[in-house]
Ligand binder design. Structure first.
Ligand code: PMP
Length: 402
């Protein structure tokens, strides 16, 4: 039983009003709201446990370390990694991808090599590779997107050459809601002996992820998009790659022995975790992953898919409606006639509806679509059909103004 009212009670913010109207929060692709259990677990840790992890002999430090390492085990289970050595805590998807670009780049990418990305990537899976270009002459080859918002897999197959060193691809587009066939892409890349990095920022909140069955080599996600705190995320990497990659940052925690002449590095995953980690956020993240796991992705996915289909069907009744992408997942991007996306978003806000407008950190995709931006409604496990009705009514009012 998917008890939506009970679920909503877990998220106090959903009960608030904006401009004297009930809040309808449809900006979940940007960040999700937090259940009370996540906030309480973090507050409890600050109030009752707080001590720096890993280095202390004293009681609190050991308790904080236990919570932190249990959180790593929770993440391992959530993505079905084979070992906690493969679970690196980062600040989020962006840092995870930068880590791979920097460290994998240093170890495995030489002048003349190539990396394949796609035309629907978020800036955080484009710019780190461009930064790498300031160190080595690496060419970015870009898999095109069709008019209906899907990757052209035949074109992708033709992009591989003997110089391809990595494929970096999003699991779900944050603009189009396209769910990409990651397992097929991994198989295609592995047939060329090329590893694959998956940007799972938009998939982890909506569908189960199993890194072993996907067989991906790296996978990145952010805690805040999956009902956890900000400032914490994960990089999964296969041990056989991580072992051969140099550290990303230097400092405490990531070392074995240090002298002025020579420093050795810690074992995985600590080699990639310099400095004091956000050990309170890891507790919050684990709590959030437990929360979604208890509901189950079958139930979450089925609720979100019917909500998305209903919203899209209702939106399609509005004259001048233009959709961008297939909305396989809980994301709908649209424009109405030639009304500017910012005008739509601003007026919707005044009616209590929170949506996102703009290029959604995917400017190259906007160029491909020949637009400047869209309005994006993105749904979460706590959204309701009544909220969709409020959104549609508000949008009809706004459109009528033009
Ligand atoms: N990739 C995708 C597909 C995203 O949607 C986002 C967030 N909008 C990111 C990467 C970056 O995530 P973060 O800002 O949490 O690092």
């Amino acid at each position: 039983m998917y008890d939506l009212q009970k679920i909503r009670n877990d998220f106090p913010i959903l009960g608030r009003e904006v401009y004297g109207r009930p809040l309808v929060y449809f900006d979940n692709g940007a960040t999700t709201q937090k259940p009370r259990s996540v906030v309480e677990a973090m507050t409890n840790e600050y109030l009752n446990v707080n001590a720096n992890v890993h280095r202390g002999v004293h009681f609190l430090s050991q308790q904080a370390t236990d919570l932190h390492e249990q959180a790593r085990e929770t993440v391992r289970r959530f993505i079905n990694a084979s070992s906690v050595s493969e679970v690196i805590f980062t600040r989020g998807t962006t840092e995870s991808i930068n880590l791979v670009a920097s460290s994998f780049g240093q170890a495995f990418i030489k002048d003349g090599d190539e990396i394949i990305i796609t035309a629907m990537e978020h800036h955080s899976n484009i710019v780190p590779w461009q930064l790498l270009q300031s160190r080595v002459e690496v060419k970015l080859r870009v898999c095109p997107v069709s008019d209906d918002g899907r990757l052209d897999l035949d074109a992708l197959a033709r992009l591989f050459t003997s110089r391809t060193r990595l494929v970096a691809c999003t699991a779900v587009s944050n603009v189009l809601g396209t769910v990409n066939p990651i397992a097929d892409i991994v198989r295609m890349a592995h047939a060329h002996d090329v590893p694959v990095l998956v940007d799972a920022a938009q998939s982890t909140p909506h569908m189960a992820v199993d890194v072993q069955s996907l067989d991906c080599d790296f996978l990145a996600f952010s805690g805040h998009k999956v009902y956890g705190p900000t400032g914490i995320g994960v990089l999964y990497g296969k041990e056989r790659w991580l072992d051969r990659m140099p550290p990303y940052m230097g400092g405490g925690e990531m070392i074995g022995k240090v002298s002025f002449e020579h420093t050795t590095f810690n074992v995985l995953p600590y080699k990639f975790e310099a400095g004091t980690p956000d050990y309170v956020a890891t507790t919050g993240l684990a709590c959030a992953l437990d929360y979604v796991s208890a509901l189950g992705f079958d139930a979450i996915g089925s609720h979100e898919r019917s909500l998305t289909a209903y919203a899209r069907q209702q939106l399609s009744q509005i004259p001048g409606m233009r959709f961008f992408g297939p909305s396989d997942d809980a994301v709908i991007s649209f424009l109405v006639g030639d009304i500017h996306h910012l005008d739509l978003g601003t007026l919707l806000d005044r009616l209590g509806i929170a949506v996102r407008t703009g290029h959604h950190c995917a400017e190259p995709l906007m160029h491909r679509l020949g637009i400047e931006g869209t309005v994006r409604a993105s749904f979460a496990l706590y959204n309701t059909f009544e909220e969709v009705d409020l959104f549609i009514a508000a949008l009809q009012r706004v459109v009528a103004m033009f």
